[in-house]
Every structure is written in structure tokens, then in C-alpha cells.
Design a protein around this ligand. Sequence first.
Ligand code: CXF
Ligand code: ZN
Length: 336
Amino acid sequence: METVGLCHTDLSMGVGGAITDVPKILGHEGTGKVLKIGSKVTHVAVGDPVILSFTWCGDCSPCKSGAPGYCYEFPQGNFIMNDLDETYVLDGQKIDGKFFGQSSFAKIGIVNGPSVVNVKHLNLDADTLAKFGPLGCGFLTGAGAITNAGEAKKDESCVIYGLGGVGFAAIMAAKIAGCNPIIGVDINEKKFDLAKKLGATHVIKGGDDAEVSKQIKELTGGHGAELSLECIGGSRFVQNAVDNACHLGKIVYVGLAGMEDVISIPSFPFMIGGKKLIGCTEGNARPYEFIEKMIGWHAKGQFPIEELQKTYKIEDFQLAVDDMKKGNVIKPILKY
Ligand code: CXF
Ligand code: ZN
């Protein structure tokens, strides 16, 4: 591993947050170089520069249909951690090292083949590759939710709830698609200048749901948003997003909530409004295609991810976590 981005899922699935409570190595936005390959691996060679993403089985019907984010093995392969073998052992205790097929909070890892995206043909310099770890998860999730799941169209009104790495990538993707207005909602006003710089035409301070709803309706001609992305996580926010959507509106839900969380939506307005609530994992993206698409946007200056990032030495891991939690940095990049 050369760098790894920090994603909120690393925190929420850390101590006490994982479905199984075995010792584990987290990290799932790695970049690096291939040191060795297994006998069945054909898409990378020793020395190739790579970006790591989620893993999938390749055999089930969603995988075969080109939707690897909906792999039936996705939970088991990516975050239900109990794959204890002799690979990682600390003081006699076996440790799971296959988080999202990669566990990239370790300098050297054994990575699942499907998690590895080869970018050798793009001839990226080292400093550029170093920025690209979050293309494997956070940025793929936000940009893919808008582009793929939401099928964003020119002049569609777009509301993005929650301005973290996912939400900011979504703002940039909405701008690329030509959405208008693009409205960002967050409780932390410190993020608003950057949101506007990256493409938000309007920002709304969250917290008071009725006030948020009023402002969205005002900004969208009275009926609500055509495309919404909920990336805070939890039923309260999904329900509000559905409520703030116009007739025929699309609401894409990527937020991570507790396993006990239940979405409850007033059925009649949902039905007569023809609204579409779309669950979305990893931006409905095929990493081996969508990462290259985002790199193309970045090369054209349309996806300026460096605005969101700050690089930390791996030793300063805790500082990076604290800064992200406080909203001082949107996307920390840890450098080995
Ligand atoms: C994940 C989070 C857990 C459910 C699937 C998608 N995204 C990564 O951070
Ligand atoms: Zn993630």
C-alpha cells in the first residue's frame, strides 16, 4: 500500500460497530503496487500500480449482470469479518485482514483479485495515484449514485443531504451532469463555501426538518426536488428526502444506518406522486469502468478531489480520524 483514504465506514465498522466482533484490520480505499500475484490472477502483473475497491464473487446473477455492488456475497466478502486464518496474527490472536477484500490499513496486504483495479495503462505519476484511493469507495459511491443510480439529467433539480466525501463527490457529479439547482444540506456550515466552489448553487443548514423542507420547496419551484441523494444515514433523513421530492422524483439512498433502522413512508403521497426510492450500494458502479471515468473527469478539471483532501503520515492516523469527525477535513489520505 502507498496511500489509503479514510471513509466513515471504517469508523462505523470499527470498535463495536462491526457485525462480528473479531479483531480486524480495516481500510478500504487503498492505492499501491503489486508485489506478487496468485496463480489465477491475470489482470495485473508484479509492479503494476493499482487502485483498490470493494470485492465481489463474480459468479452470482448480479455480478454476472454487471452489478457487482449487489453481489450476494457482498456483506460476507466486504465487511462481515470472521475470516480468520494464519495470515495476520498478533500475540497469538488471529486477525481478519479482508475488509472490502483489502484491509488497506496495513502496509502489505493480501488483496482479493476483484478488488484490484489496474491503472498501469493510464501512466499516472505517483503524486496523482496517491490521491485516487477514495475513487475505490467514497467518491465512487457519491458520483455513481448521481450518475448511475440517479441517472442525473441536465437541468434537473438535485438535493444532496450530507456533505462528507460521498456528498461532495455527488455535488461534482451533479454539476458534470448539468443539474440545476444543486442544493447541499448539512448541519456544519463550515462546509458551505467548499460546496459552492465545487458546484452547489445553494446550501441549506440542516437540523430543522420543516425549515429544510420549506427552503427546498422554495428553491425548486414549489414541488420539491427531481433528484435527491441521502447520504447521512437513517430513516428520519430518508423520510424527509421522500417528502421533499416532487412527483416522479428519484430519491437515492446510500446512507449507512443501524441494522435495526426501519424506513417508514406515508404510502399515499408516495404512490400518487410516482416517487422512486432507490437503495444504492457503491454507486451502482463497476469499479473497473467507473474509476477510469472519474479519472477522466479529474484530468479535465471537472472532479477536483484535491479540494477535499489532506494528506497525513500513517503515524498520524488518530489525528486524521479526529479531523474528519470534526469536519475539518472531508477526506483524509494516509500515506505509508
Ligand atoms: C458500504 C458500507 C456498508 C454497506 C455497503 C456499502 N460502503 C462503504 O463504505
Ligand atoms: Zn467506504
